[in-house]
Design a protein around this ligand. Structure first.
Ligand code: SF4
Length: 312
């Protein structure tokens, strides 16, 4: 399977089968908090990275093998899904084949000012664009966008999409300590998001190791303070929080990798597929675990495996 992963258990979505049509770290942003590492291809050029037919074949193979295996399909990747040029065609084909399974698109929203991108998303059941900042200075600090992108134009694109789209529009806002959590930016964000009138606002923070080392998350108490700015909206705090001053680490993922490879050596791709995270995340985590002596790398039959420490 090249383009589907999981299903990933999700508190809100049930078992979410991931659809990934973008090469890792091909993105229009290079967010300081990205859990998939720094963007290696900063681009706004939409391309056909994989044939729609291949994605549909993989979905077909999964659903034949697991007839009730997914509660929803989610476009999500270590890059920006709307950079996939035939997105509209693929969404239409998936909804035609699986009308009963909700289809969700997670996007950074950066290309919604393009009418063809908005048009392509109309048949999705839920679209979740991000707004982490509304002023140019903070936008550049947190999202480090492609030079051609302007925050005002992006917000207008999301606003236009709200008017055209009949499905559920959720907006996700992620907060990093000292970057976009000041009262002025929060007030401005709340006003802009309220004017868009999304069905829900999801507030998040840095809970996994970020692309930019110094990036910090907010505590639960600080997130409650942030939520107060959005009190006129249907708001939900998502994610779990670290105590003040800690860097983001994912103890759960660490444990799941160690437990999995202790029983059976796995390639990075196998771990990413079975744990429902990106290949980049597994690479990053297993390198860290390797330095701590908790896992090792072994080669066999021309392939590289992550293995338990006893194989070192
Ligand atoms: S967090 Fe999303 S939008 Fe930001 S760099 Fe990572 S993949 Fe791109």
């Amino acid at each position: 399977m090249k383009s589907i992963f999981g299903p990933v258990p999700s508190r809100r979505l049930g078992r979410s089968l991931g659809i990934d049509v973008i090469p890792a770290k091909t993105c229009s942003f290079d967010c300081i908090y990205c859990e998939s590492g720094p963007t290696t291809c900063l681009s706004v050029t939409r391309k056909n990275f994989i044939d729609c037919s291949e994605v549909l074949e993989e979905l077909g193979a999964f659903t034949r093998k697991n007839p009730n295996g997914a509660d929803c399909f989610t476009f999500s990747s270590a890059g920006e899904p709307t950079l996939y040029d035939p997105m509209g065609e693929l969404i239409s084909a998936i909804k035609k084949a699986y009308p009963q399974i909700p289809l969700i698109v997670l996007t950074n929203g950066s290309l919604l000012w393009k009418p063809e991108v908005r048009q392509g998303l109309l048949k999705a059941d839920r679209v979740v664009p991000s707004i982490d900042a509304v002023t140019a200075a903070v936008f550049h600090k947190i999202n480090r966008p492609h030079p051609s992108l302007e925050i005002g134009r992006i917000i207008e694109g999301i606003r236009a999409f709200r008017k055209e789209y009949k499905g559920q529009l959720h907006i996700e806002a992620l907060f990093a300590r000292g970057i976009n959590d000041g009262p002025e930016e929060l007030s401005a964000m709340a006003a802009v998001i309220a004017s868009i009138a999304p069905d829900r606002v999801e507030l998040n923070t840095v809970v996994r190791p970020p692309a930019h080392e110094g990036t910090r998350g907010l505590t639960g108490e600080e997130m409650t303070r942030v939520a107060g700015f959005f009190s006129s909206l249907h708001v939900e705090i998502i994610g779990t929080f670290q105590s003040q001053g800690q860097t983001g680490t994912d103890r759960d993922l660490e444990q799941r990798i160690v437990e999995t490879v202790e029983r059976r050596p796995c390639t990075v791709a196998e771990l990413a597929a079975s744990l429902g995270v990106s290949v980049a995340r597994v690479e990053q985590e297993s390198e860290r675990l390797g330095k701590q002596g908790k896992v090792s790398r072994v080669s066999f039959g021309g392939k590289s495996y992550i293995s338990g420490p006893e194989h070192a």
